[in-house]
Design a protein around this ligand. Sequence first.
Ligand SMILES: *Cc1c(COP(=O)(O)O)cnc(C)c1O
Length: 412
Amino acid sequence: MEQQKVYYFDNNATTRVAPEVVDAMIPFLREFWGNPSSAYGFGAQVHGHVEAAREKVATLVGADPKEVVFTSCGTESNNSAIHSALVTTGKRHVITTKVEHSANINFGEHLQKMGFEVTYLPVESDGSLDLHVLEQSIRPDTAIVSAMYANNETGVIFPIEEVAAICRSKGVLCHTDAVQVPGKLPIDVKRLGVDFLSLSAHKLHAPKGVGMLYVKKRTRYTPYVIGGHQERGRRGGTESVANIVGFGRAAELALATLEDENTRVRALRDRLEGWILSNIPNTVRNGAKEPRLPNTANIAFDFVEAEAVLMLLDQVGICASSGSACTTGSLDPSHVLSAMGIVPMRARGSVRFSLGIYNTAEDVDYVLQHLPRIIQKLRDISPLSPEHPDNDRYDIEAARKKHEEEMASVKE
Ligand SMILES: *Cc1c(COP(=O)(O)O)cnc(C)c1O
């Protein structure tokens, strides 16, 4: 298979496996393929490398290695934290937010079908969370609050330290989905004060198929995947050794590239976003400017369909997305943008560009060279325009007002 050059602006969907990570993994595919649970030396030596990787992943988040449970993905980590909280507390209410990854949104719906109660917290029009609303929604039967650290669609950051403090004061467990954070912000579970935190390796330049759940010392935990005694009885299933070793190496790299992501990549993102907003008419940024991940830009191009923009970008080798890869194909507007009170027509014209450490200034130039023409072409043939009789579908004010009224009603 040959891959032609791609201009990759979809790092929140998945990331390129770093060459250093591939190099670290290969010995565990070729030679050291023993089972880490085996008693003989050939297996036991592999066990040592799994534990070394655990230390590296623990260091990435400021945890003790004993607090790290390897899982198969970020989704499993999120599901496991919430499942454990329900089982160990015996309580039946979960609080999460309307802008979570589908790993939480759909698990919540599954729990509702099973007879549990789930509250989805609303967000402000800039995607931020109202801590007062969170506090009000905690009930005596609430088992856990699960709120994401940074949003995968908009990059908006939630104040998890404050969320965790509220949970502690109410005696409720706290989980955060930090999948989008490594390499972009420093993570310190001690400072955050959460009980559970999820990561996924493929979002930080390691392979797909491995994740981790941080479980704070002395937090009661019951496994979600039940089987053998792997992971000190907290997750059954033979360890995905090569992936775990790759995850460990990627954790080291993520600490080393924090600086580049926050200076060079941030500047590339700001140039891309700034140029679009000031040179292409009828564009707006979705979500707060700050606090926000340094790599993410979510931009509404009014009077076009994002799916059409993405198709034309794809024709010139540019990869971007209209939100979450997990919802691609559905014509519904993004649940994240909808929760922010963005009118459906505008949400459907929104494109996410998520950059990474492998992006260059030339990549950004290439996008800026093609994008204006693509947008103009689509607008020329679009039935939607400021003058079109159907443009009440763009009644942005009405959508904003409706959202404001909804927010006001939950704040009462
Ligand atoms: C990608 C992502 C997930 C899911 O991780 P997987 O390893 O693909 O299951 C969960 N939460 C967020 C915020 C993500 O971006």
